[in-house]
Design a binder for this molecule. Structure first.
Ligand SMILES: Cc1cc2nc3c(=O)[nH]c(=O)nc-3n(C[C@H](O)[C@H](O)[C@H](O)COP(=O)(O)OP(=O)(O)OC[C@H]3O[C@@H](n4cnc5c(N)ncnc54)[C@H](O)[C@@H]3O)c2cc1C
Ligand SMILES: NC(=O)c1ccc[n+]([C@@H]2O[C@H](COP(=O)([O-])OP(=O)(O)OC[C@H]3O[C@@H](n4cnc5c(N)ncnc54)[C@H](OP(=O)(O)O)[C@@H]3O)[C@@H](O)[C@H]2O)c1
Length: 392
């Protein structure tokens, strides 16, 4: 694997305001053909960056739009890609470059609707957009499935007087965070990620998530073109006492930090026991990092692994079902001082796992509902800080 000829400048410290331009050393699919998901393992280069991380930290990535979406957007606005535009920070770049790197193009924002309305002559299209803007739910619905190409195609009579007038409507690209999936002790000079690629189709066109699409399709392996920074996670860390046991609940990409934790505990020779709960849709196609975890089991670093493949049987089985099936043992570990970690989907999974933990404490600990809540939400979460979550 060769990196591009451009070497990083030595102008550390790198951070969100001054990201390090890295390159992808390795990209491979973690899901197999037949899966409903596309989840990718990525290894990024850190050599020469001075960047350091601790398992539990996240990596910030600044994406860029796909060249094809930039092309389509340029076609709709009708300006030359080469025309020079001034960015808000004062630098001059080509319109094409501004559209590629500065502004998010994969989702339209509210501002463009106002901009289009103001540029439409009186008539039915203008009335339509006024109607959309008058109703917040309709606006959100409309924007949920559309990018700028969709909006401009739907209202072709709206013409922007200059490239700058159009750019002033757009939202700047924001970086995305990814839980780091590696330990620096196991992979010096590298950082690994586990990324679920957002792919869907709307209004007859295929869409990808801005950053997951950039990491999966846009960035080339070996080309230094991925701006990154380390985002420390002061609330998600391994126990400082290596003899403490840990319970890790990480379905889907929630597995990422736990691969890092296990690599770190193996490298440091931590004596505490490690118990993993993982879940995905199908064992045959979605068992992310199956080989790594088989290795951790063989070496004894992983004490136990309980799996919940939700769609391999008629009834859904989730990680919280596995926790409840093992309630006595989970409670024993917690009483013995184990840390309890949850990573992954915030909207449903983390809430349901929280409810399962409350139930375990209530039933196994012989506590009332209020006592269990106080124990989980005060003692474990705040006083002892051993119920830690990295959810998104
Ligand atoms: C602390 C933290 C850690 C994280 N760790 C990870 C990780 O380890 N791995 C990981 O994969 N992600 C992780 N994420 C999520 C990640 O940051 C991004 O949010 C994710 O990759 C999506 O970003 P994107 O730019 O690809 O998609 P975006 O361009 O932001 O688009 C995503 C949006 O697309 C929309 N969308 C999805 N499907 C449809 C549809 N059918 N129709 C219309 N709209 C749709 C959804 O509204 C969604 O919000 C983490 C987030 C945080 C905050
Ligand atoms: N916007 C989107 O289109 C989209 C799509 C996928 C993921 N995401 C988000 O991306 C992140 C990671 O996604 P991912 O693909 O790695 O994994 P994920 O969607 O979290 O799925 C991983 C596993 O968790 C299961 N699951 C679903 N609901 C659950 C619940 N309430 N409790 C416990 N387990 C549950 C899933 O089962 P089932 O799938 O069988 O229910 C699957 O087996 C999450 O934040 C997720 O919300 C977004």
């Amino acid at each position: 694997m060769s990196s591009s000829a451009i070497e990083p400048s030595v102008s550390a410290p790198y951070g969100r305001k001054n990201p390090f331009t890295s390159f992808i050393k390795v990209r491979r699919s973690l899901t197999l053909p037949g899966s409903a998901k596309d989840t990718q393992h990525l290894e990024l280069d850190l050599l020469g960056s001075g960047l350091e991380y601790t398992p539990g930290d996240s990596l910030g990535v600044f994406p860029r739009n796909t060249a094809s979406l930039v092309r389509e957007t340029l076609q709709e606005i009708g300006f030359s890609p080469e025309v020079s535009v001034k960015l808000p920070q004062g630098t001059e770049v080509s319109l094409e470059s501004a559209l590629l790197r500065q502004y998010a193009l994969n989702r339209a924002n509210r501002k463009i609707l106002h901009g289009v309305r103001d540029r439409l002559p009186e008539g039915a299209p203008k009335e339509e957009i006024v109607g959309i803007l008058a109703d917040e739910a309709r606006t959100a619905d409309f924007l949920f499935t559309r990018d700028y190409v969709d909006v401009l195609r739907q209202f072709p009579a709206a013409r922007f007087e200059s490239p700058e007038a159009f750019l002033s409507m757009l939202s700047p690209i924001q970086p995305r965070l990814y839980s780091i999936a590696s330990s620096p002790a196991a992979h010096p000079g590298e950082v690994h990620l586990c990324v679920a690629v957002v792919r869907y189709e709307n209004h007859g066109r295929r869409r990808t998530g801005l950053c997951s699409g950039f990491l999966a399709d846009g960035a080339s392996v070996g080309t230094r073109e991925v701006p990154i920074y380390v985002q420390e996670s002061p609330k998600f860390f391994l126990p400082s006492d290596p003899t403490r046991d840990i319970i890790m609940v990480g379905p889907g990409t929630g597995i990422a930090p736990f691969r890092a934790f296990l690599e770190e505990r193996a490298a440091s020779g931590a004596a505490g026991r490690n118990w993993l709960f993982f879940g995905e849709q199908h064992q045959a196609t979605d068992f992310l990092y199956a080989e790594d975890f088989a290795g951790f089991l063989r070496s004894g670093i992983l004490t136990r692994m309980d799996l919940a493949f939700s769609r391999d049987q008629a009834q859904k089985i989730y990680v919280q079902n596995r926790l409840l099936e093992n309630a006595t043992e989970v409670w024993r570990w917690i009483q013995a001082g184990a840390y309890f970690y949850v990573c992954g989907d915030a909207r449903h999974m983390a809430k349901d796992v929280h409810a399962a933990l409350l139930r375990i404490v209530e039933e196994q600990g012989g506590k009332s509902a209020d006592e269990a809540r106080a124990y989980v939400e005060e003692t474990l979460m705040k006083t002892e800080r051993r119920y830690l979550r990295d959810v998104y």
